[in-house]
Each structure stands twice: as C-alpha cells, then as structure tokens.
Design a protein around this ligand. Structure first.
Ligand code: EPS
Length: 390
C-alpha cells in the first residue's frame, strides 16, 4: 500500500516527508520536484513569508542514481525562517527562551487555534498553529511530485487551474492545452487560463488588500489518461470519488469538494445530467456524450478526464482582525495578527494536484501491484489489452 507521512512545524527547522511503497526503478527528477515546489509558492496575494522561503527538496533516502530503489523515499524541506525562531521554538527547554514573546493567546476565528488549544491543553495557540499551518503542504507537494513522475510512466497527467476568486469566476471550460500552457508560465498571477477573468480576480484580491481582508475561491484539478477501473464500487472505502474527496478536504482552508458537475447536476433532471454512452466500432472503444460525471462512475474511473474541484474559504488571519477572546484573561480582544497571505487559491491548485496524484498512484498500485516498475508496467499492459479486447 502506497502511503505518505509528513512532519514539521511552520517555523521549525524543516519539514519531513516519507513516501513508502513506490516500486523500484521509477525515474526521479529533482528538478521536477523543485519546479512543483516553486509553483506552490507563487500567486498574487501571497504574504511576506514567501519572500523568505525558496523551497527546494533535499532527497535523503530511497533514490539512487535518479531512480527509486523500492525503499521509503525520505525528503527534507528547509524552513529558511527557522533562523528567526530558534530562540522562540527550541527543541530542548532553554531557561532564557524567548518563547513568551511569540505567544498566541487571541485565537483567530476560522483557524485551528481555539479548538486545538482546548484539545491539546495549551493556553498558547502557538503549538497548534505551527502544525495547522499550510506550510505543511510543501511536504505534500514534494510527495505529489514523485507520484506524478510515477503516473507519467503510465501516460497519466495531472494539471490544475483557478476557476474562481471571491465573486470573480472563469465562467467557461478550459482546454487541456491551456492548462499545459499555464503550468509552463514563469510568472503566475492567479492561475487562471483567461487573462480577462484573471484580471477580474486580481481586482478582488486588490480589494481584500485595501480593506485588510482575505479572499477564497475554487480550483479545479484535471487528470488526463487515467485507465478505466481505478477504485471500486464494492465497498464504501474503495470508492475513488470518496478517497479523492477526503484528500482534497484534508487541505488547509478547503471546506468543500466537487466531482464533475455535482452542484449543477443536483438542480436538474437526470436526463440532462447523465453522460450518454456511445461506441466507435472502428476504434473499438466506448465514448461519452459529455463528462458531467467528472470521470468517475460507481466510485471507479471511467476513462474520461477526472475533474475535482476544491473550495477554499478565505484565509483566517485577517489584518483587520475579527472579535475574539484572550485565552488568559477571557476578555474580549481582537484576534492575533502578525502577517499573512490574502489569497492562496493558485497555490491550493498545485497542492490539489499533489493530493490527487497521491490518491491515483495509490489506486494504480492497488490494481496493478509490482515491486519494480517493469512488473507494474507488465500488469498494466496486460490489463490494457484486456480492456481493448473487451
Ligand atoms: C500560515 C501563515 C503564514 C503563511 C503560511 C500559512 O505563515 P507565517 O505565519 O510564517 O507568515 O505564509 O504558509 C506558508 C508558510 C507556506 O509555505 O505556504 C498559516 O497560518 O496557516
């Protein structure tokens, strides 16, 4: 079973990620991992922290001579900001620690601060926010970049784009080629394929900047080339749509997920929603009249593009803070503020790609197994022949 874990606090020394279960022989490009890390750092609306960090992966195990060797892959991702926090967050107790200076006793509405402080029994939300922080997604993106490289061996590609920022929407479908072009851009504004819509999105972010507010939005992940039959209808926890939904909603600030055109479909009669089935004799393959199901039926991939959207609430750290209560005095007090992002929807798209890549790599390995890439490929190709002959 492919699995990953991450560790690390936002202002600790580094983030750590391990990915266990990738077969041996998968080619690994460190440059490609770093490119994904770079993409996650971009976007209009990012705060001061991204000016400090330059995320690069430090691969310490599981890869030799640029291929996986079957053992767990371990990656370190340094926090450059750590040098400013060594006195505040030392690993060992230090009598002259400056810990008190950075205490967070005024929990931010919407953040993990209050529930976490109560649950873990700290009257300082610092230890909660350090781990709840979306800094952790750096590690997820590194893991996802490895999964993407594995999936590419089977012709599976994963891209994303932003379809909404606040009230500004793209309002039209995006072609795969537009998403490819977006990924290649060296300057990222809001990750939208349409310059006019992106400009409207920028204006929403500017308004949030002006008013000391924050803004959320919606990203869409698109998967092309997934084989028919990943996931299964046979049990609640083998259904791939459920597993993708869990992966997306586990992301910081994501409050909702949509597969295909779920919201629109729920408002129409079935005759307008289901994707009709057709057959092309000369190509010996089934086709669909549309892809409103988003590539998943019965919890299985159906060979169409997989479409997964994540809905982000606005970031919970506001420059013009909301009402809160001080954990020590219990007096009303505005929520804590140091610095923060104003909009992170483009970054969330990149993280969404990583989460989808992990879930698909896991499902592909469940179906085809293999301790080496050659073995996985043999099994994959045998199944593809079976599908063609069906
Ligand atoms: C975050 C707060 C900010 C963000 C951070 C998530 O960090 P800081 O408190 O250091 O300014 O920049 O996101 C990242 C560091 C990142 O790499 O995405 C939070 O409270 O969740």
């Amino acid at each position: 079973m492919l699995r990953f874990e991450t560790a690390g606090e936002s202002h600790g020394e580094c983030l750590v990620a391990t990915l266990t279960g990738l077969p041996a022989g998968v080619p690994v490009s460190v440059a490609q991992i770093d490119r994904e890390l770079w993409r996650r750092q971009q976007g209009y609306g990012r705060g001061g922290r991204m000016k400090i960090e330059t995320d690069r992966v430090h691969l310490v195990a599981g890869v030799r001579h640029s291929i996986t060797i079957g053992s767990p892959v371990a990656m370190l991702l340094a926090n450059k900001d750590w040098k400013n926090w060594t006195e505040v967050l030392p690993v060992e107790a230090a009598p002259d620690s400056e810990e008190k200076k950075k205490q967070v006793t005024r929990p931010r509405p919407g953040h993990a601060d209050l529930a976490g402080a109560i649950k873990y029994n700290f009257h300082d939300a610092r230890y909660i926010l350090e781990r709840a922080s979306a800094r952790e997604t750096t590690a997820r993106v590194a893991v996802g970049a490895l999964c993407k490289q594995f999936l590419a061996q089977f012709g599976v590609g994963i891209l994303s784009h932003v379809i909404q920022v606040g009230s500004a929407t793209l309002g039209r479908p995006a072609a795969w080629e537009e998403l490819v072009a977006l990924r290649e851009r060296d300057e990222v504004l809001l990750g939208c394929v349409d310059p006019e819509a992106e400009q409207r999105m920028k204006e929403v972010v500017d308004e949030a900047y002006r008013t000391g507010d924050t803004v959320g939005g919606v990203f869409e992940v698109v998967v092309r080339g997934a084989p028919v039959g990943l996931g299964s209808h046979i049990a609640w926890d083998t259904r791939l749509d459920g597993r993708l939904a869990q992966a997306i909603v586990s992301m910081q600030a994501v409050k909702g997920v949509e597969i295909g055109f779920a919201a629109e479909g729920s408002a129409h009669f079935g005759s307008r929603v289901q994707d009709t089935i057709h057959y092309r004799r000369e190509e010996r393959r089934f086709t669909r009249g549309a892809n409103r199901a988003g590539g998943l039926e019965g919890g299985m991939t159906n060979g169409e593009d997989i479409l997964v959207r994540g809905m982000l609430k606005p970031i919970s750290t506001l420059r013009r803070p909301l009402e809160s209560v001080d954990l020590l005095t219990r007096e009303p007090s505005p929520a804590a503020y140091e610095r923060s992002d104003v909009c992170v929807v483009p970054a969330a798209g990149v993280i969404g790609e990583a989460m989808v890549a992990f879930v698909l790599a896991q499902a592909l390995l469940e179906k085809f197994g293999g301790d080496s890439l050659a073995e996985t490929r043999r099994n994959f190709e045998g199944y593809q022949r079976q599908v063609q002959e069906f």
